[in-house]
Design a protein around this ligand. Structure first.
Ligand code: NDP
Ligand code: MG
Length: 388
């Protein structure tokens, strides 16, 4: 079991729930990071007394340095500071709860420093899975999934002999727009898309759930974590989010992991594995729930699912392109610069138009492709934002 953690993205939805688990079990926190929310970061720093904190935003970091000047806590800033936090020397595990591909380099840095990783940041594996998995093997560290579906699969696999897995069944809530058709989604507002039926999460993943890009990203994430191909991963709509995913074994036995939708269960398992300790989450009462429903996904309305499958099948840099295009598109949608259905069109076009794919890719290839994809989409849509 982990005893000392660094939490990257500690001020977000997963980050704060990670600290709930750390608080409950007395896990020492050695580093905390945020993008710009220094108010919460200061509170967290005062409660957990880490060795260091880091804020990406330089101005905010300067303010935090003043605010924490009565403590011994070192304050860093920028991407380099986040890498320092990922490599903080006293931690044994790094919880990566950063949103987006910004989490990739810190993950690689942490692995190279010999840290185990509790990974919520799925974009790390979608964009850089080949590199991350190679480094994990080379440095002999553990990569524990935090994403609820992947944690469920990991939990179901405990005790199963190697090579007994036949298929993964990833469950999906279906998001806010389950049952709708494309024409119903033409005028979806940001507010409507930000309403998730079962989970309370950060803005980006909530939009990803509404387009089902989240499930597409999770198919790619699962392929790296469990060494599976596209055709070995089914998606099943399960509106109640009680079954967090299932595995089918070679003898056709199906094993599922159930629980109330509370991320603190998978977060805790990633930190206490293989131990099972009391959890801050509520108990599941199936008699109160009454029933569960299951449906096939609608690949026509939720095009992102099929686009991610195509990116996974073709491999190379295409998952990087799909992820980068989606990050830009979601950001533009949240700023009301594009419409809801534009998100899947942008991701689909980026993947189908990408002409420089290759199999043998480096971390530089991934970072360059990520940047170029963002720039070309922002140029096309005339977004006035910083093009880096
Ligand atoms: P949030 O938006 O709630 O939190 C993101 C965290 O990362 C915040 O601490 C934020 O700081 C920080 N951050 C944002 N941008 C950057 C950046 N460019 N560099 C460094 N730090 C940054 O996201 P979630 O907690 O919802 O999601 C985090 C990750 O976990 C995502 O990859 C998501 O897909 C995954 N995940 C989330 C689940 C959930 O239930 N929320 C479930 C399963 C997976 P600040 O607060 O200052 O903005
Ligand atoms: Mg998930």
């Amino acid at each position: 079991m982990t005893s000392k953690i660094s939490v990257l993205g500690s001020t977000g939805s997963i980050g704060t729930q990670t600290l709930d688990v750390a608080r409950m079990h007395g896990i020492k926190v050695t580093a905390l990071t945020a993008n710009h929310n220094i108010k919460l970061l200061e509170q967290q720093a005062r409660e957990f007394n880490p060795e260091m904190v880091c804020v990406l935003d330089t101005g905010a970091a300067a303010q935090l340095k003043i605010a924490l000047s009565d403590t011994d806590i070192d304050v860093f800033c920028g991407e380099e500071g986040i890498i320092n936090a990922a490599q903080e020397k006293t931690s044994d595990t790094v919880v990566n709860a950063i949103v987006g591909v910004a989490g990739l380099l810190p993950t690689v840095a942490a692995v190279k420093a010999g840290k185990n990783i509790a990974l919520a940041n799925k974009e790390t594996l979608v964009s850089g899975g080949s590199i991350v998995m190679k480094e994990v093997k080379e440095h002999n560290v553990k990569l524990y999934p935090v994403d609820s579906e992947h944690s469920a699969i990991f939990q179901c696999l405990q005790g199963c002999p190697e090579n007994s897995l036949k298929k993964i069944i990833l469950t999906a809530s279906g998001g806010s727009f389950f049952g709708k058709k494309r024409k119903d989604l033409e005028n979806i507002s940001v507010k409507q898309a930000l309403k998730h039926p079962n989970w309370s999460m950060g803005a980006k993943i909530t939009i990803d759930s509404s387009t089902m890009m989240n499930k597409g990203l999770e198919i790619i994430e699962a392929s790296w974590l469990f060494d599976c191909k596209d055709e070995d991963i089914d998606v099943l709509i399960h509106r109640e989010s009680i079954i967090h995913s299932m595995i089918q074994l070679k003898d056709n036995a199906v094993i599922a992991q159930l629980g109330v939708p509370d991320m603190r269960i998978p977060i805790q398992y990633a930190l206490t594995y293989p131990e099972r300790l009391p959890s801050p989450s509520a108990e599941l009462d199936l008699s109160e729930l009454g029933g569960m429903t299951f449906f096939k996904p609608d690949y026509e309305t939720f095009a992102c699912l099929g686009i991610c499958r195509e990116a996974l099948r073709k491999g190379g840099l295409l998952p990087t392109v799909a992820n980068a295009a989606n990050e830009v598109a979601v950001d533009m949608f949240l700023k009301e610069q594009i419409r809801f259905l534009d998100i899947s069109d942008i991701v689909g076009n980026a993947v189908s138009e990408y002409g420089n794919n290759k199999d043998d890719i480096s971390l530089d290839d991934i970072m360059n492709t990520d940047r170029e994809t963002r720039i070309s989409i922002k140029e096309k849509f005339g977004s006035g934002d910083d093009l880096s």
